[in-house]
Design a protein around this ligand. Structure first.
Ligand code: FAD
Ligand code: UDP
Length: 372
């Protein structure tokens, strides 16, 4: 076996940034990936000339110019602005919650009218100063109508739990705006890489100092890897790494159901959320709209996203960062500190609801701490 400096477990964004940066610093890296492709959950591939986001809609957004410049080294980005719409029982509402949404719901026309409507709804509910859960947080931000129609059903499907049991930070991801602005993110920079995300990871891993092997599960040979490599960057599940010794962390999984349709334009938007509680899926994405209709004429690909309970062996798409899981994670993190051979990184290694820009930031900090 070649003399490697690092084994990177997982060819997702964290593993790829780490490997790329370590190779730039002259290190030799072996990357193993259990799936049959690189790029982790940002993997995209072409069908009918359309870049399909295999593991759900991915829109890059950041306010950090350094991160934006960093990712732009690996792809040119288009000017896509995420503006999902919500379908609640057949009626369409703009997202995130903004003057368009308020007008569609109540006919309010000015920010003052909308603010008064929300204040009136809040005044009828008993709210604590500090919201104790997602329901209280949502009502205190946007009132009861939006909570009932656009948040409650979607959230309870997505997380498989009552909004009163869920942490409030989840809903604070979404902007609330008193302007007619349907941009889902507040960030300065936003877009989709022209030609998809996979090329970004491929370019990061394209170095004579990096060897990549897909279809390899670390756990099939854990002890051997620990003997063979001086250091390991692990981007899989931290609880699985420690054989669930303190118990399982909570995850939420998803099932993606894709369809190729012989129409040019199925839903007129990249993302449509279904916010009622009866529809079993949370959203439908129509992939061609991420690249402004690029693709073969008369064809479109759509994907329905069904939330699913996670059990061992399923894909852990979301960490459930509630108080109980965060305190269990702390036990694993304390154990991880004692393993000076292993670095835990990424959404699963750090058990954090990270977006892509946060993963890149975290990987760059990790590399600097490790090698500079
Ligand atoms: P991953 O992409 O999960 O990579 C980890 C890799 O490790 C995987 O490929 C996995 O197969 C591999 N692995 C795990 N265990 C093993 C093992 N034992 N052996 C070998 N390999 C292993 N972020 C945004 O910024 N914008 C968005 O719009 C957005 N939308 C999202 C939508 C969905 C549905 C989901 C689930 C996430 C979304 N994200 C979004 C978040 C984004 O996907 C993550 O921030 C990012 O992909 C995490 O990168 P990672 O390297 O930490 O993890
Ligand atoms: N959410 C909602 N209604 C929507 C969209 C989102 O209530 O139409 C809530 C839901 O709880 C979700 C959270 O806002 O989990 C964060 O949404 P985001 O779109 O950021 O979720 P992700 O893309 O990470 O699945």
């Amino acid at each position: 076996m070649k003399a490697y400096d690092y084994l990177v477990v997982g060819a997702g964004l964290f593993g790829a940034v780490f490997a790329h940066e370590a190779a730039l610093r002259g290190k030799r890296i072996k990357v193993i990936e259990k799936r049959d492709h690189v790029a982790g959950n940002i993997y995209t591939h072409k069908v009918d000339g359309i870049q399909v986001h295999q593991y759900g809609a991915h829109i890059f957004h950041t306010s950090d110019k350094k991160i934006w410049d960093y990712v732009n080294q690996f792809a040119e980005f288009n000017r896509f602005t995420n503006s999902p719409v919500a379908n609640y029982k057949g009626k369409m509402y703009n997202l995130p919650f903004n003057m368009n949404t308020f007008n569609e719901l109540w006919g309010t026309k000015t920010p003052q009218e909308a603010a008064e409507k929300i204040a009136e709804q809040k005044s009828k509910v008993e709210l604590t100063q500090q919201p104790r859960n997602l329901e209280e947080q949502a009502i205190s931000l946007v009132g009861t109508d939006i909570y009932e129609k656009l948040i409650k059903g979607y959230t309870e499907k997505q997380w498989g739990d009552k909004a009163t049991n869920l942490p409030s930070f989840i809903i604070r991801r979404l902007p609330v705006r008193f302007t007619y602005d349907n941009n889902y993110f507040n960030d300065t920079y936003q877009g989709i890489p022209i030609g998809g995300y996979t090329q970004i990871v491929e370019k990061m891993l394209d170095s004579p100092l990096i060897d990549v092997e897909t279809g390899i599960d670390f756990f099939e040979n854990k002890n051997q890897y620990l003997k063979d490599f001086p250091k390991i960057v692990f981007t899989g599940m931290i609880d699985q790494y420690f054989d669930y010794c303190f118990g399982e962390l909570g995850y939420r999984s998803l099932r993606f159901e894709s369809e190729e349709l012989d129409v040019d334009n199925y839903q007129g938007n990249a993302v449509v959320n279904y916010t009622d509680s009866e529809t079993p899926f949370t959203r439908i994405i129509e992939h061609k709209h991420f690249e402004f209709g690029n693709g073969d004429k008369g064809k479109t690909i759509i994907t329905r996203e069904y939330p699913a309970k996670w059990k061992r062996g399923d894909e852990p798409y979301y960490p459930i960062n509630d108080v109980q899981n965060n305190s269990l994670f702390k036990e694993y993190a304390d154990l991880a500190k004692k393993e000076n051979k292993i670095i835990f990184g990424g959404r699963l290694g750090q058990y954090r609801y990270f977006d892509m820009h946060q993963v890149i930031h975290s990987a760059l900090v990790t590399v600097r701490n490790e090698l500079d």
